[in-house]
Design a protein around this ligand. Structure first.
Ligand SMILES: *Cc1c(COP(=O)(O)O)cnc(C)c1O
Length: 416
């Protein structure tokens, strides 16, 4: 008898080149790691892999924080973990909003019952320590939250001075490093960050599903001093610590760890450390310089403030008269390349080109520029065809002749 609902064919996702705001391309070595045998979350063999993962995450975050681990969930779960554990009803929170993800932090903070003040900046700009310090003068603030790499605008937020100001006011600093980790230097201990979270699918080059996090002893003391239980049982750090905190004698079941995703993240972290963090940062810079030269030649200005542009997320204005969505759709259908459109106030006006993780490579920059040029010609955009690819190639030639000095932490505080 025929089944009333035929069983679909096995899922066959097409090959794509993921050059959007995430997920980034996944290296075959990571896909292989995913296919290894599933283990139970208390199997000694699995616990060893977990320990190693925690050790590598500490190196990526540049911290010794014992509470450095991976939340089972995407970057937003990391965001929620940081905010729901550090805030309880009545607490003061200052959330800096200069893009879409700062807004998401504010929404989550508001749901905790905290008294949230939003400090706003136009999209594409960054915050200065002085204005945060001034905001801290008005009334008690327990938590200051901001986004280091604002994926909606392509802006890189400097943190060292802000962290000092937050410290002076005895507040806790929460940082969104979802798009930062594995692309630009993140120095948790040198800067004095109290809570930080990232994700598996951007700079770490894995599928989405895990959120690396780190909490300072100060942050953990604030969690221990809460008057009310954390309203999320799943994300409660006091419960999660019984499984993840190596200081504890035995790991105690909280929820079933996604072991295969852990292998993937383990492999992603290994790949970054093998290349060396300085090498990873330099590669992201190099490919960004070349792409930026190419996009400038095509007449596409960046949306982020000069001097504060993310190498891994290039947000540029769509040229006048060009059908934003059509170009993106054709890039996907004809060339198999994914890029991102704008969010919020940038919807329909901005393209977001990610060169993250394994995606940040010379071949990808040249391929994207060539495909984009072809579509812009078809759109009737007036420019010198071939100029984008030529400018990127010229940038690579120049960079090979004069290689950049390795970065330290990129923010002048001498970390690493
Ligand atoms: C992608 C992103 C998030 C959300 O992460 P998900 O993994 O999609 O939950 C949060 N903040 C920033 C800055 C991001 O770029």
């Amino acid at each position: 008898m025929p089944l009333p609902n035929p069983i679909p064919e096995t899922a066959q996702p097409p090959q794509r080149l993921l050059l959007g705001p995430g997920p980034s391309p996944v290296h075959p070595r990571i896909l292989e790691a995913l296919a290894r045998p599933t283990l139970g979350h208390l199997d000694p063999a699995y616990l060893k892999i977990m320990d190693q993962l925690q050790g590598m995450l500490r190196r990526l975050f540049q911290t010794e924080n014992p509470m450095t681990f991976a939340i089972s969930g995407t970057g937003t779960a990391g965001m929620e973990t940081a905010l729901v554990n550090l805030l309880e009803p009545g607490d003061g929170a200052l959330v800096c909003v200069n893009g879409y993800f700062g807004g998401r932090m504010a929404e989550i903070a508001e749901r905790t019952g905290a008294r949230v003040t939003r400090l706003e900046r136009p999209w594409g700009e960054v915050f200065e320590a002085g204005e945060i310090e001034a905001a801290l003068e008005h009334g008690a603030v327990k938590v200051v939250a901001l986004v280091m790499a604002e994926t909606s605008t392509g802006a890189l937020q400097p943190l060292a001075e802000i962290a000092e100001a937050v410290r002076r006011h005895d507040a806790l600093l929460v940082v969104d490093a979802v798009t930062a980790l594995g692309c630009v230097p993140v120095a948790v201990e040198a800067w004095g960050i109290d809570a930080i979270y990232s994700c598996s699918q951007k700079g770490l080059g894995c599928p989405s599903g895990l959120s690396p996090v780190s909490f300072s002893p100060r942050a953990m003391a604030a969690v221990a001093a809460r008057k009310t239980p954390v309203q999320s049982w799943y994300l409660d750090l006091t419960l999660l610590a019984r499984y993840w905190d190596e200081g504890k004698s035995a790991r105690v079941y909280h929820h079933t760890a996604p072991s295969n995703m852990t292998y993937a993240l383990h492999e992603g972290a290994r790949r970054l450390l093998e290349e060396s963090l300085d090498g990873v940062y330099a590669r992201h810079r190099r490919n960004h310089e070349a792409l930026a030269a190419g996009l400038a030649a095509l007449g596409m200005p960046y949306t982020a403030q000069e001097g504060h542009r993310l190498p891994q997320l290039n947000a540029v204005a769509v040229p006048e008269g060009v059908a934003e969505g059509v170009v993106r759709q054709q890039l996907l259908e004809r060339f198999g390349i994914e890029i991102g459109g704008g969010l919020g106030v940038f919807a329909g006006k901005v393209w977001r080109i990610g060169l993250m993780g394994h995606g940040s490579r010379e071949g990808n920059v040249l391929l994207l520029l060539a495909a984009l040029e072809q579509l812009l010609v078809e759109q009737g955009h007036r420019f010198d065809p071939g100029a984008g690819v030529a400018a990127a190639n010229a940038s690579y030639r120049k960079q090979r002749k004069h290689p950049a000095k390795p970065e330290t932490d990129g923010q002048g505080s001498g970390a690493e």
